[in-house]
Ligand binder design. Structure first.
Ligand SMILES: NC(=O)c1ccc[n+]([C@@H]2O[C@H](COP(=O)([O-])OP(=O)(O)OC[C@H]3O[C@@H](n4cnc5c(N)ncnc54)[C@H](O)[C@@H]3O)[C@@H](O)[C@H]2O)c1
Length: 317
């Protein structure tokens, strides 16, 4: 199908990754429907679209809302989730209802509407403590939290819908996504947005552990691009799972320095004991996404940091 004649439903489209994905899709002439319950997302995040999308305030736990949201759509980008790992530990049933049953609801509504391509937001969290770096998609899942288990279950359901229903889902395992509009006020926000908020406001940033832990930080516009590529990828009889990261490791200390430099401040971090359950190292092997989707991250870590700091200092997202 030509992109220009396409309508895509984005669940969670008013959130951080959702709003950037909406901009990338809209720039390609794709029509958009957004379903969001606005629990952590904000309509302001979509202000650059000037209202050029259909918005439904609704919940992925509600099959009826999904059915009407999918009307006229040819693909679904499913991002809505309870994204807090600690919250999923405190409230596993609520998290399951949103993340696991919600994803099943999305697949089921898509099946009913004859929509084959559903792109599911999975997570590097499914690898848990697996330290066989860089992590290829064939590495064992070692889910350590209800959140990770629910994301993994979504992938399993995607596989079942591919084999039994002839659908063509794509699961994207995002690594540590950062960029403008990531909410530092949220208790589970990424380490980078917490550093940026602290340094831009002249407060002390805290590093848990010695700062030697490493992450694969991927800029949100590259994730939005991966989402577009996954929506447009040719149909396949196999469910497709792809890592979305950069293939590069940055230590927490290096990340702090990069933020400090971009913010133009003199500061040293406070150090606190490591947090229980924090993974030591994480890094994606993105060879499969490169080869099959043509995914090539365009933003270096420092460029992404410069843009995110500028946004946080009052610039445009
Ligand atoms: N940010 C990351 O580093 C990261 C990493 C791996 C995976 N992910 C996944 O990417 C997706 C998007 O995450 P994000 O970082 O943009 O978070 P976000 O909180 O900014 O976005 C989630 C959106 O979903 C909406 N939502 C939540 N529950 C809903 C429900 N029951 N019904 C309808 N809408 C609902 C929220 O209002 C919000 O707009 C999530 O599925 C998340 O698990 C994110």
């Amino acid at each position: 199908m030509s992109e220009a004649k396409m309508r895509v439903l984005i669940t969670g489209g008013a959130g951080f990754i959702g709003s950037h994905s909406a901009e990338v899709l809209r720039a390609r002439g794709i029509e958009l429907t957004v379903l969001d319950n606005l629990s952590t997302g904000h309509l302001d995040n979509l202000s650059s679209l000037g209202g050029r999308f259909r918005f439904l305030e609704g919940d992925v736990r509600d099959p009826e809302a999904l059915n009407s949201a999918m009307e006229g759509c040819q693909a679904v980008l499913h991002l809505a989730a309870l994204v807090s790992v600690p919250e999923s530990i405190r409230s596993p049933l609520l998290a399951h209802a949103i993340n696991a049953t919600g994803t099943l609801n999305v697949l089921e509504a898509a099946r009913a509407q004859g929509i084959k391509r559903v792109v599911l937001a999975s997570s590097a969290a499914v690898y848990g403590e697996n330290q066989n770096l860089p992590l290829g998609e064939g590495e064992a899942a070692q889910s350590l939290s209800p959140y990770a288990a629910q994301k993994y279950l979504g992938e399993v359901y995607a596989s079942i819908y591919s084999h039994l229903q002839g659908m063509s889902p794509v699961c994207l395992r995002y690594f540590n996504v950062f960029g403008p509009r990531q909410d530092p006020a949220s208790p589970y926000s990424g380490v980078l947005s917490l550093f940026i908020e602290a340094l831009v406001q002249g407060k002390k940033a805290t590093i848990f552990g010695d700062g030697g832990a490493t992450r694969d930080f991927v800029y949100v516009e590259d994730v939005a691009l991966a989402n577009l590529l996954a929506i447009l990828a040719p149909e396949s009889s196999e469910p497709l799972i792809f890592n979305v990261g950069t293939g590069k490791r940055t230590s927490i200390l290096q990340a702090f320095e990069a933020v400090r430099e971009a913010a133009g401040v003199q500061a040293t971090p406070a150090f606190a004991p490591p947090r229980e359950g924090d993974i030591v190292h994480s890094c994606a092997d993105i060879g499969r996404a490169r080869a099959s989707l043509g995914y090539h991250p365009r933003f270096s870590f420092s460029e992404g940091i410069t843009r995110t700091v500028a946004w946080s200092q009052g610039g445009n997202a």
